[in-house]
Write a protein that binds this ligand. Structure first.
Ligand code: NDP
Length: 330
């Protein structure tokens, strides 16, 4: 099933002119989206606790209020907080303050998809989810390039949710490259699948490659540079995006092309399909969200991170990075 894709000409800024926009959270996405919307001509206020982020918002020239006050003032409220913080904050400081007919805009489908937040029935509920980290959202906007986004209308209480969504998305800079329409559940599933299937499987392939080369006596400095420290992989990814997975091969040597294509079939049987399907099913059924919602999972994350930081690759990396005069990784 093909998705609808929206561009700037599909949206009118008039549909949102005169609206007061409240941005809750002034972190990665919050700062970038608030600045873009202000440059796009909207009246933006920020809601954030009294801390470093609030200071930054002040320095950037925004009026900053307590979260509940910003929620009470806003005609459209952008919820740009870490997803795991959002449900409690929404119940305790936002829900009661909301205007009737307010538009709630999320940058991720997670809390709506897995019913961590049940929005009021009289609110429009939409999503503008950039496929870009916060600083990139701002940089791409300033460079006039834009970035891809997933957009969605989850609940249309006013009958104007779609036009308001598109008007806001345009001001955020999310329609310059293309706003792809998906449901909020689809966005959440895509995001989690990428993180839980492709990401770790790719990491495993990378580590296995590194270990194979080290075991065969190649010097760690050369192995790490070849496999990822050079940044060449990021460049190849860019080529894939610009020209296609197969066409990007043309940018590699003929030896490389022959080697990759002739040996590629060897890996066709990798036992991934079943594991990927299991991961997909866990995400799609909501059982991952249920697991992550528990206190036990937060504890488990700490243990897993400690375990990951003690892997041998960390030690090897540290030595190599030092020798190659990489800036400290902190
Ligand atoms: P950040 O971690 O950058 O957000 C931090 C902001 O949230 C700060 O203003 C922080 O203030 C505030 N905050 C944190 N805890 C609380 C609290 N308990 N009460 C009030 N405010 C709090 O978030 P992101 O920008 O990374 O993510 C925001 C949304 O954007 C999420 O839905 C995420 O899924 C989505 N998204 C993120 C992307 C990314 O690249 N990061 C990409 C696309 C979507 P303080 O901590 O000082 O209180």
């Amino acid at each position: 099933m093909a998705a609808a894709v929206f561009f700037e000409e599909d949206a009118s800024k008039e549909s949102v002119s005169g609206m007061r926009i409240g941005v809750i959270g002034y972190g990665n996405q919050g700062r970038a989206q608030a600045l873009n919307m202000r440059d796009g001509g909207l009246s933006v206020i920020v809601g954030n606790p009294d801390d470093e982020y609030r200071k930054q918002a002040h320095e950037d020239g925004f009026e900053v209020f307590a979260v509940s006050k910003a929620a009470a003032e806003a005609d459209a409220l952008f919820l740009l907080l870490p997803d795991e913080i959002m449900p409690d904050l929404f119940e305790n400081e936002i829900r009661r303050s909301l205007k009737k007919g307010v538009l709630l805009c999320f940058a991720s489908g997670y809390n709506i998809a897995f019913r961590e937040i049940i929005p009021p029935e009289d609110a429009d509920v939409v999503m503008i989810a950039p496929r870009m980290i916060g600083p990139g959202v701002r940089d791409c906007y300033l460079r006039g390039e834009g970035f891809f986004s997933f957009v969605s209308v989850h609940q249309d209480a006013t009958g104007k949710a779609r036009e308001r969504l598109l008007g806001l998305a345009r001001c955020v800079g999310a329609l310059k490259k293309g706003g792809i329409e998906v449901t909020m559940k689809q966005e959440a599933v895509l995001d989690l699948f990428n993180e839980q299937a492709f990401g770790p499987a790719f990491g495993r392939v990378l580590l296995t490659s590194v270990n194979t080369l080290l075991k065969n006596g190649l010097p760690p400095e050369a192995v790490l540079v070849e496999m990822y420290l050079s940044g060449e992989m990021a460049y190849t990814y860019e080529k894939m995006a610009n020209y296609g997975i197969v066409k990007q091969l043309d940018y590699h040597s003929h030896t490389s092309q022959y080697g990759a294509l002739s040996r590629g079939a060897r890996y066709i049987g990798l036992p991934l399909k079943k594991k990927f399907q299991k991961t997909f099913d866990e995400i799609n059924s909501g059982s991952f969200a249920e697991e992550w919602g528990s206190k036990r999972a937060k504890l488990k994350l700490k243990v897993l991170k400690r375990f990951a930081s003690r892997q041998k690759i960390g030690e090897i990396e540290e030595k190599v990075r030092k020798k190659l005069r990489f800036p400290s990784s902190g």
